[in-house]
Design a binder for this molecule. Structure first.
Ligand code: CDP
Ligand code: MG
Length: 693
């Protein structure tokens, strides 16, 4: 006999292990009670510690209790793509079914469901889009809004919409049409949610709101005193350590701490909270470099990145156990606070920062700033060290700083550009945005600004109705309204191919890879991509060159080595392989969307003048003109801005540019620019520029 287990035996033991794991979760002991509560309450709020089994188990309980009879689905929404994917994979494995069958997930640009899917994990944004096609979400018997404490703008809008849908679905069929004519509390949705009701038989909808934070009150109050139940978690003690003095460079401090733990502490994996892809990748490289200076036996430390833009097969690597004898160090953004649980963590390093979006409606300026995390976030982070046993958390700031942190994070809806959600609400037939029943109302200024922007982009008519066809087309595209508008424009300018590539490239972070020590070398080897017309055209040539290279490889018969060739090409050209992969995926997906809308993807070839004119016509709200002192003035807001040093136009300083992003760090910078002729603006956007003059 060969040693080891037969495949059947190993599968059997895996199943047994999973069954034991499921039974050991805190939520397992309250299955019956939870199902009773769901039966008795149309809205239920479940609060439980991270790791207690809410996300993976409750949907399975509901399935067993018969909530998926007659082809109905249980939908579980997540604020983050990565959580939707990893959890669906895990649940499919627990159910011992192939992913995409009974258990599936659906996120923007990636759908893994089928007609047999009954437990569907998805992003909250995706469920909002589904409501555009099926206003009553009639295929769902239960919708679970998970991670509600995160209060993303999509979660907030979804909660309001679900409240409405639930009310509509609880009315007897013959009464539903009446609601549409009454002037209800939202000024009423004649063409959206309620249009979907008329004359159709749809069973009532159960709503479950799940949250990790302790403050369930806000949800309970919003849903008219809905019942809240608490699920006990399992938490081991975590020792908290602070630094004696403030750290001037928290990345460096994190690095030092990683190695201290690795060299001095008992086995157990490390979780480090960083703020974004750039930071994570730079720490990843630095860890690998420093390891080279250690003796062979001390090198068993394996850095693994996890952030939302990471392709999912790479994300999954963080979940696998480390190689034999290795210690994992997971470098994560705040997605590892509550959304995902990585087994094996004993040590948490928390520099105390997070990248947060802020928006100033007056200036039309959105910025992603690194800001101190809130107390609630900090507590969640340290809790991650005590899931499987006692742990340690190293906060990289003095204890006196902790008291100064905000208690909790401000809901995103109060600090973001609203044009995207307002466009979706309009497409759902909700016209009175100011009167809409949000949990936390966004400021009136932000609403007014977004409405004005949508009107200027042509998505809304002068009286605030969705424009036909432009507004409808824009609402169907899962993109920022400015980008959707750009694609529709490009269709008219016959450069849709170029715009698809550009939008895909603008949708990913960090296209270029700039190691600190090799900055000059990187610049030189990338010189041939650079276009004197600006960054958009530069990205276009990166994308095209890679494409040509891969085509050649393929026709030379190397189709199975494409991944490797691409990686090599990226390294040689100092381009970020992960980002390019992501951009190529995004391109394919958006292309499918526009083709479904009946657009013909044509290219302007080498006539890039036409493409630049199209960029000017699309991004006319984001134009800036050089002033005598060499600074720029953003034409819409009047702000004084500077060209970001990473732009290929940083030195050229052309007279007039359009830009993709206006952000504030040490100065107000514009990023991703294209040189344009100032006369194009009144020619191509007369409705805006003629009036301005
Ligand atoms: O939602 P909640 O935080 O309450 O817990 P969960 O996500 O359902 O996870 C319950 C447990 O399942 C975790 O503590 C992990 O041990 C395990 N799990 C896993 O091993 N792999 C995943 N992808 C998700 C969960
Ligand atoms: Mg969860």
């Amino acid at each position: 006999m060969v040693q080891g287990q037969s495949p059947t035996a190993s599968r059997f033991s895996t199943r047994q292990k999973i069954a034991e794991h499921r039974k050991s979760l805190p939520i397992a002991s309250v299955e019956k009670r939870l199902i009773e509560e769901v039966n008795n309450n149309d809205i239920l709020i479940i609060v439980g510690e991270t790791g207690s089994g809410k996300t993976t188990q409750l949907p399975q309980f509901l399935f067993s209790a018969g909530f998926c009879r007659e082809g109905k689905m249980v939908g579980i929404t997540q604020p983050r793509r990565i959580a939707a994917v990893t959890v669906a994979k895990r649940v499919a494995q627990e159910c011992d079914v192939p992913l995409g069958q009974r258990v599936g997930y659906s996120i923007r640009f990636d759908d893994s469901t089928s007609s047999s899917t009954r437990l569907k994990y998805m992003t909250d944004g995706l469920l909002l889009r589904e409501a555009l096609l099926d206003p009553l979400l009639s295929r769902y018997s239960v919708i679970i809004v998970d991670e509600a404490h995160d209060r993303t703008v999509h979660t907030d809008v979804l909660l309001a919409l679900l409240k409405m849908i639930q009310r509509a679905r609880s009315k007897p069929v013959n009464e539903r049409s009446e609601i549409g004519n009454a002037s209800g509390e939202n000024g009423v949705q004649r063409n959206g949610v309620l249009r979907g009701c008329q004359g159709r038989k749809v069973s009532p909808l159960k709503l479950i709101i799940m949250s990790a934070s302790l403050d369930a009150r806000v949800f309970s109050e919003y849903f008219g005193g809905a019942k809240a139940v608490h699920v006990q978690g399992r938490q081991f003690p975590v020792d908290i350590f602070y630094t004696a003095h403030p750290e001037s460079d928290y990345v460096d401090a994190a690095l030092v701490t990683i190695f201290q733990i690795h060299l001095e502490e008992k086995p157990g994996d490390i979780l480090v909270f960083l703020t974004g892809q750039d930071e994570i990748e730079s720490v990843e490289r630095l860890v690998l470099e420093r390891l080279k200076h250690l003796s062979e036996d001390k090198r068993k430390l394996q850095p693994l990145a996890i952030f939302s833009a990471l392709p999912s097969e790479q994300q999954m690597r963080a979940f696998a156990p480390a190689e034999n004898g290795f210690r994992k160090v997971i470098l994560a953004t705040n997605i590892a606070e509550t959304s995902i649980t990585i087994p094996g963590i004993r040590y948490v390093i928390d520099p105390g920062f997070v990248k947060a979006r802020t928006y100033d409606p007056k200036k039309g300026m959105e910025s992603l700033d690194v800001v101190p995390a809130s107390k609630a976030q900090t507590l969640q982070r340290s809790g991650r060290a005590g899931r499987e046993g006692p742990g340690k958390c190293f906060r990289l700031y003095p204890e006196s700083e902790f008291a100064k942190l905000e208690d909790s994070t401000k809901p995103e809806i109060k600090r973001c550009n609203l044009s995207n959600v307002i466009l979706q609400l309009k497409a759902l037939g909700i016209d009175d945005i100011v009167g809409f029943d949000f949990i936390d109302k966004p400021s009136r200024g932000a609403i007014v600004k977004a409405l004005a922007e949508l009107r200027l982009l042509g998505a809304l008519t002068d009286d605030g109705k969705l424009d036909d066809p432009v507004g409808y087309q824009m609402s169907r595209l899962p993109l920022d309204p400015v980008y959707s508008r750009a694609l529709i424009r490009a269709n008219q300018f016959n450069c849709l191919e170029e715009m698809l590539i550009t939008v895909a490239m603008l949708s990913v972070e960090s296209i270029f890879y700039d190691p600190r020590e090799k900055r000059e070398e990187a610049r030189t080897s990338r010189n041939h991509f650079a276009s004197i017309e600006g960054d958009h055209l530069t990205y276009l040539s990166v994308y095209r060159e890679l494409d040509e290279f891969l085509e050649k490889k393929k026709s030379a018969g190397g189709a199975n080595k494409i991944d490797k060739s691409m990686k090599k090409w990226c390294i040689n050209n100092f381009v970020n392989n992960r980002s390019l992969k992501h951009a190529r995926d995004t391109y394919r997906q958006i292309r499918e969307h526009v083709e479904q809308m009946g657009f013909n993807v044509s290219s302007c070839g080498n006539d890039l003048l036409e493409f630049r004119r199209c960029l000017a016509a699309s991004f006319f709200l984001k134009a800036a003109q050089r002033q005598l002192d060499g600074t720029y003035r953003a034409l819409e807001s009047g702000e004084v801005v500077h060209i970001h040093p990473t732009s290929v136009l940083f030195r050229a300083k052309p007279e007039c540019v359009i830009f993709d992003e206006l952000m504030q760090t040490s100065k107000k910078y514009i990023k991703n620019l294209t040189r344009i002729d100032p006369l194009w603006l009144p020619e191509l956007a007369p409705h805006y520029y003629k009036a301005e003059e």
